[in-house]
Design a protein around this ligand. Sequence first.
Ligand code: SAH
Ligand code: SF4
Ligand code: F3S
Length: 435
Amino acid sequence: MSLPKKLFIKTYGCQMNVYDSERMSEALGGEGYVPTDRPEEADMILLNTCHIREKAAEKVYSELGRMRGLKEARPDLKIGVAGCVAQAEGEEIMRRQPLVDLVVGPQSYHRLPQMEARLRAGERALDTDFPEEDKFAHLGKRPKAARGPTAFLTVQEGCDKFCAFCVVPYTRGAEVSRPAARIIAEARELVERGVREITLLGQNVNAYHGHEGGLAGLIGALARIDGLERLRYTTSHPNDMDDALIAAHGEEAKLMPYLHLPVQSGSDRVLKAMNRKHTAEGYLRLIERIRAARPDILLSGDFIVGFPGETEEDFEATMALVRSVRYGQCYSFKYSTRPGTPAAERAQVGEAEKDNRLQRLQALLTQQQRALQDEMVGRDVSVLFERSGREPGQMVGKSDHLHSVHVAGEGIARGDLRRVRITASGTNSLAGTLL
Ligand code: SAH
Ligand code: SF4
Ligand code: F3S
């Protein structure tokens, strides 16, 4: 028997790419590849890429530049580009980067085994189709190897919302929900392998419609799996938060009190130009209803500053919205022009103005994040332990509210779910003692 070949995957972008990388690695497992975390010993390198902002996309080209040396040293090395840049610019990559052997889009990676066979025959392979068949149905069962206590599970893909700034509807295609029975079977397999917390993923996960009652119905069905202790979901769109999902936050004990609900801007004028189809007031009312169902829920969000046409007054409206929500966690970005999107054609805000607004927004968000984290001190929380900490005997896990918690304690194992009293709050994490 020949030695197994080694596969190195580098993942950029969102959690859906993290999930896809795992599935790609499993798909190539059947072709005799084992994972490695050392690119210099790999027989195949896959870059699973992100196209969301210009900087993200540029990373791919600088990474490919760095790989030239590896390929020269080992001409048999195969280099592949997967993910959203592959989808958006795959043909150009093939044309301009002779060292790339393979380009595969996010909707066709179940065909990797056939593509790999073509590479072995000395060809190059490109597949950026949006095939009719469901890739997940072709990926087969997931291997039985034990794994960590948390996992991602993609339940919905693609997006039909066409926000004026965003490439996702083009790179991931139309919105599709996976059948509930397959998701439940996959969740059971994950739990058999040691998983205790699952985060359901989708570009608009709350648009999920593959189960009666939508995402809330799916969450209810998954919550009945013994051994599965925690459920989360991301990313949700404000317009798809239905009554049942809001109610689930109050009623379903396994659904964690954390919700990522991006709003992008606090100005109605900008929201309209972004094609978000909701107002700032509508978003605030929605949050009131969610907090009525689950008062201690921690909210997080995404913001874009410097969207074309954003004035100082619009930006102040964003700051006001943030002040009135109080976020526990947030991601904020300077608007980045994306080819092919409607906003790319409009008059742009200057770079200095964008920098200035981003700094002011981030200062406010950091202050809120820290204040809400500090408020946890003295409270008792549940922590799912994931890994050992830097100090001997120390373990690190996540609280229900997704705060990192460091605990010193002999006898805590990876995968344990324990009650912890929070004693201190640091820059990015909490510390506590076992109860
Ligand atoms: N589906 C999710 C988010 C997808 S992209 C949603 O609707 O909220 C993740 C985040 O990247 C977005 O929420 C947005 O804040 C940011 N983003 C998307 N396109 C961008 C662009 N062109 N420039 C800057 N940030 C962008
Ligand atoms: Fe992009 Fe808007 Fe769809 Fe989110 S909802 S993925 S921001 S187009
Ligand atoms: Fe990036 Fe594609 Fe995710 S563009 S954010 S990897 S859906």
